[in-house]
Design a protein around this ligand. Sequence first.
Ligand SMILES: C[S@@+](CC[C@H](N)C(=O)[O-])C[C@H]1O[C@@H](n2cnc3c(N)ncnc32)[C@H](O)[C@@H]1O
Length: 214
Amino acid sequence: MSEAAPDSTEGFIARLFAPEDSDLRRIREAMEAEGLPDIALPATTARTVQLLLRLIGARKVLEVGTLAGYSALWIARALPTEGCLTTIDRDPARSELAGRLLSRAGVGDRVDLRVGDARDLLEELGPDGGWDAVFLDADKEGLPEYLTEARRLLRSGGLLLVDNALWKGKVIDPEASDEATVAIREALVIAAGDPALDATLLPVGDGLLVARRS
Ligand SMILES: C[S@@+](CC[C@H](N)C(=O)[O-])C[C@H]1O[C@@H](n2cnc3c(N)ncnc32)[C@H](O)[C@@H]1O
């Protein structure tokens, strides 16, 4: 999520439509200070996610992949004060850092941090059909499985969002056959062909799969 080059299309869009305030910058700075990988959403994608959530009036949102809370802050700001973002990460130190930064940003009361492997936690989550939106941004190998759980959790009209749908172009590279790429391709084919999902892939950032649960 390094800042887009100022002379790029991404940089132009980010400056105009996704400027970061001090709380968002603080999260990026904390990630750098803690030596965390530069894998949070680009601001343009985070802003797209935020706007889509506002468009459906989302109140109850699930995120898989918290990291330091960068996307969580964009999402929490899309929710009404009584809304709730539940966000999952298997790394307790990242979750703890996210908790501190999100509280400092004033949205701590709207965020429920869960620590554990998504494969276990998603299975236990409910109620079925009780969630307005699910945003998948953790390991790519688990995507087909996460998609099935998301489909179960989403209400009719709910929104499924998946980042890294283009995987830096690897999804269309016939030479790429690593486990993550194969899993993303599989998830895209499932989403495209599932009659319960009305889906497309937006070429924002690294590609954002957007689907409406029927
Ligand atoms: C790309 S980062 C999330 C970035 C975050 N959404 C943002 O934009 O600020 C992916 C995160 O998912 C977590 N993760 C990876 N595999 C996981 C799994 N199976 N269960 C839970 N968390 C996982 C990693 O620890 C990492 O912090």
